[in-house]
Ligand binder design. Structure first.
Ligand SMILES: *[C@@H]1O[C@H](CO)[C@@H](O)[C@H](O)[C@H]1NC(C)=O
Ligand SMILES: *[C@@H]1O[C@H](CO)[C@@H](O)[C@H](O)[C@H]1NC(C)=O
Ligand SMILES: *[C@@H]1O[C@H](CO)[C@@H](O)[C@H](O)[C@H]1NC(C)=O
Ligand SMILES: *[C@@H]1O[C@H](CO)[C@@H](O)[C@H](O)[C@H]1NC(C)=O
Ligand SMILES: *[C@@H]1O[C@H](CO)[C@@H](O)[C@H](O)[C@H]1NC(C)=O
Ligand SMILES: *[C@@H]1O[C@H](CO)[C@@H](O)[C@H](O)[C@H]1NC(C)=O
Ligand SMILES: *[C@@H]1O[C@H](CO)[C@@H](O)[C@H](O)[C@H]1NC(C)=O
Ligand SMILES: *[C@@H]1O[C@H](CO)[C@@H](O)[C@H](O)[C@H]1NC(C)=O
Ligand SMILES: *[C@@H]1O[C@H](CO)[C@@H](O)[C@H](O)[C@H]1NC(C)=O
Ligand SMILES: *[C@@H]1O[C@H](CO)[C@@H](O)[C@H](O)[C@H]1NC(C)=O
Ligand SMILES: *[C@@H]1O[C@H](CO)[C@@H](O)[C@H](O)[C@H]1NC(C)=O
Ligand SMILES: *[C@@H]1O[C@H](CO)[C@@H](O)[C@H](O)[C@H]1NC(C)=O
Length: 701
């Protein structure tokens, strides 16, 4: 009996187990849901109106509409409750040509239980948001962001009293949505999330009060809305649940409104790129939940409120590009408060901060990014900076820091960026300064009085992308350690007292670079090995380089080879394809021969300087094709012949130097159209004829 019972129990358990499996597959497999015929028809009608160039909705056939792509049904009532046709959900591919477009048919109203509608990132080609959306009364989520709708937002949306999420963000859209009154918003009594990024609200005379009627609001995003009026004297605000507030990139020019400071649940505040005036009051710190403060690029002045130290969740403080004038010791107080334990990012760049740094810096236990560039700071950089082991980015440029660079920098093993140019630092920088900096990618020590002195066999622990050592004393030998920096984008060694032959590895070190500048040294040798796949800016000027001119890739935009000892003709050089070349400086050495007509291929040329050479022959007649020219200098050569008739057909030309040549004949009439011309020098030639009356020499002194 016992045994039988056991067997029965085992069988029952097995049955239950099987049943469980069955029911769980039933509930998992949505295909078992029956689709309502009326809703299936509504969906097909909606699909008929759509343009679907890549058949994203090819699964929309057959009877089983709950299983169609983007469609979900309630698993009990079997009604369609969700239509998720956001392009990014539908298809994560590269081609935007595959988006849905066309028309939004009112047949959607047949989906009476729809509570979730996402059409984001499709391309409805500038049609209006359909008014009938305001009748889809079950909607709690409506996402029309960047879907290519334009025109006035229909006030009918205000009928959606169940709506919790409304996303009308248009920042990536080619079409503009606008609203001239927001009264409709005040009826959205369940709204928690409102994003109207880049919707034009310039004509609303009161944007705030309708929004202030929605106490449930937790996220309010109104950047780029052309808003101007900020209510300042408000008795009471309702936005007690607000966590995220973004009013950036508008035209507010009032003081910071005091009602703001009552928002004790606010975690993210973004007011950047406005014209807020006045000082930041101590009550600012009443927003006790703040984690991120972004108020850069406003017109705030006065001190940094020390009460900010009381914000125990503060991670990021960005007050850069204002007119804050305070002793930086305010940061010492802040770092001594609660915020000192949490602050990761401090950006006070481009203000009027005075004073010096000192040991308080090390109280910032989580500090990762410190930007104090472009202030009035002075004194030395304290060695205790080496104890902020979390530091990744340090910007101290454009201040008046003096003394030496502390050797303790070598301990900052997380540092990826060290930016201290334009200070008064002096002394020697050696291997010790970099001993543990294996993550360093960007280094700028430029424009101080620093000497870089590494042993000749030093192998740096880092691989730099940005090397800014202009005006550091690097020479006289070309620093061998640079040979290890094979992946740089930008290298500036100008004014660095190098008096040496250029090593051939320099010309092949990195293949794809933005800029290489070795100008203003005494570097000798030739450039025959120069071979970059990509380079945009190349400045070799004021050195002793000789030999033939190099051939350059089509990416080149800026060439300065002036004042070297190159002695080739221009013909082979100018035959290269350099379609986006805008600046060409080849002055001051012994280039001889004629100016080839191929120069006229460089249609983007903006500045052309071939002065101080031995060029002879006539100017090419096609020079007038270079319609973008703003400055042209052929002075001090042996050029002759008449000036080309087309010379001067440049509407941007500001400066033209033809002096000290042998040109004859008359000034070209085309010059008359150079309305921006400021400097014209044709002295020491054999030009003849009258000075045309249209030349207005201006008031004589
Ligand atoms: C039905 O869906 C709801 C929420 O979507 C879920 O919580 C519930 O478990 C589902 N019921 C069944 C039987 O699958
Ligand atoms: C769910 O349904 C699909 C098609 O309707 C079918 O291919 C699949 O096997 C089913 N899955 C389960 C677990 O029953
Ligand atoms: C709306 O859709 C976009 C893109 O799919 C998404 O990034 C955004 O977060 C959605 N909005 C809401 C409120 O979910
Ligand atoms: C919907 O909104 C419009 C305009 O705001 C209004 O005229 C209309 O009466 C509303 N309809 C319903 C059903 O609430
Ligand atoms: C606050 O919200 C409630 C509910 O929407 C509303 O009745 C009240 O007028 C609002 N107060 C203000 C000052 O807008
Ligand atoms: C700020 O909060 C205090 C107390 O909670 C309240 O008395 C005051 O009216 C509020 N001010 C605003 C502008 O909401
Ligand atoms: C800020 O908080 C302090 C103390 O909690 C309070 O006295 C003061 O009125 C508040 N200021 C504002 C503007 O809310
Ligand atoms: C910045 O503030 C100083 C005085 O604190 C003032 O002289 C100066 O004009 C201000 N600059 C700007 C751009 O507002
Ligand atoms: C900073 O300035 C104070 C006086 O304001 C001075 O006593 C101190 O020595 C300076 N510290 C450094 C590191 O320059
Ligand atoms: C920095 O830390 C080291 C040990 O980690 C300690 O000996 C030194 O006193 C600290 N320096 C400063 C200035 O705090
Ligand atoms: C740094 O500048 C301060 C004045 O700003 C001066 O008192 C100090 O002697 C200077 N220190 C060095 C090392 O030059
Ligand atoms: C370039 O320099 C290398 C070594 O410095 C030399 O061997 C070569 O002949 C030079 N080429 C020209 C064209 O001057």
């Amino acid at each position: 009996m016992e045994r039988r019972f056991l067997t029965f129990a085992a069988a029952a358990a097995q049955l239950l187990f099987l049943l469980g499996l069955l029911s769980s597959t039933l509930s998992i497999n949505e295909s078992k849901l029956q689709c309502r015929e009326s809703e299936r028809v509504a969906l097909l009608k909606f699909k008929d109106g759509l343009r679907d160039p890549h058949s994203l909705l090819s699964s929309w056939e057959g009877s089983d509409c709950c299983n169609w792509r983007g469609v979900s049904c309630n698993n009990e009532t079997e009604h369609v409750v969700s239509l998720d046709l956001g392009y990014r959900h539908l298809f994560d591919g590269p081609s935007t040509a595959w988006r849905l477009g066309g028309n939004t048919s009112p047949s959607l109203l047949g989906l009476k239980y729809l509570n979730y509608l996402d059409l984001s990132f499709n391309d409805f080609g500038g049609i209006s948001i359909p008014e009938f959306i305001g009748s889809m009364l079950e909607l709690s989520y409506l996402n029309l962001s960047n879907a290519g709708f334009s025109g006035r937002i229909p006030a009918q949306i205000g009928n959606l009293s169940s709506l919790r999420y409304l996303d009308l963000n248009s920042i990536y859209s080619l079409h503009t949505l606008y609203s001239d009154e927001l009264e409709w918003v005040s009826h959205l009594s369940s709204l928690q999330y409102l994003d109207m990024n880049s919707v034009n609200l310039a004509k609303t005379n009161d944007w705030f009060h309708p929004i202030n009627m929605i106490p449930s609001l937790s996220v309010l995003l109104l950047p780029n809305c052309q808003l101007k009026e900020m209510p300042t004297s408000l008795l009471f605000h309702n936005l007690t649940s607000l966590v995220t507030l973004d009013l950036s990139n508008n035209q507010f020019d009032s003081m910071l409104p005091s009602w703001l400071f009552n928002m004790s649940s606010l975690e993210y505040l973004n007011l950047q790129f406005n014209h807020f005036q006045g000082s930041i009051p101590d009550a600012f710190a009443n927003m006790s939940s703040l984690e991120i403060i972004q108020i850069r690029n406003n017109e705030l002045h006065g001190p940094i409120p020390q009460s900010i130290g009381k914000l125990c969740n503060l991670r990021s403080l960005d007050l850069s590009h204002n007119n804050i004038s305070d002793n930086v010791l305010a940061l010492a107080v802040i770092s001594g408060g609660c915020a000192g334990d949490t602050l990761e990012n401090i950006n006070l760049r481009s203000n009027g901060l005075t004073g010096n740094l000192s040991d308080w810096l090390k109280k910032l236990k989580m500090l990762s990014i410190l930007n104090l560039g472009n202030n009035l700071l002075q004194g030395s950089i304290p060695p205790s900076i080496g104890n902020i082991s979390t530091l990744t980015n340090l910007f101290l440029s454009h201040n008046m820091f003096n003394g030496t660079l502390p050797e303790s920098f070598g301990r900052l093993s997380e540092l990826t960026l060290l930016d201290v140019p334009y200070n008064l630092l002096s002394g020697v920088v050696s291997e010790v300064h970099f001993v543990n900096l294996s993550k360093l990618e960007q280094l700028s020590l430029a424009s101080n009085s620093l000497a870089i002195n590494m042993s000749s066999d030093w192998i740096p622990p880092f691989r730099l992308r940005f090397i800014g050592l202009s005006s550091c004393k690097l020479g006289p030998k070309f620093p061998p350690w640079l040979q290890t920096q094979k992946n740089y984008f930008i290298m500036d060694l100008s004014y660095s007292e190098i008096d040496d032959t250029v090593p051939e590895w320099l010309w092949t070190l990195s293949q794809e670079i933005d800029m290489l500048d070795i100008s203003q040294n005494r570097i000798a040798g030739n450039v025959t090995k120069l071979k970059f796949h990509v380079v945009h800016i190349l400045d070799l000027s004021f050195n002793n380089l000789d030999g033939p001119l190099p051939s350059l890739p089509s990416s080149i935009e800026y060439i300065d080879f002036s004042n070297n000892l190159f002695s080739e003709t221009l013909v082979p050089f100018f035959n290269e394809q350099m379609p986006i070349l805008s600046h060409l400086f080849l002055s001051g050495y012994h280039i001889h021969g004629t100016i080839p007509a191929s120069i006229c291929h460089y249609l983007e040329l903006y500045v052309l300087d071939l002065s101080d050479n031995l060029l002879s022959g006539e100017l090419p007649g096609c020079l007038g094709d270079l319609a973008s020219l703003a400055a042209m200098n052929f002075a001090n050569n042996d050029l002759s012949g008449q000036l080309p008739r087309s010379l001067g057909a440049y509407s941007w030309l500001q400066s033209l130097h033809l002096d000290n040549n042998s040109f004859h004949g008359q000034l070209p009439v085309a010059l008359r159209s150079c309305t921006r011309l400021v400097t014209l020098d044709v002295g020491n030639n054999r030009l003849s004829g009258k000075i045309p009356t249209w030349i207005d020499i201006g008031p004589r002194q």
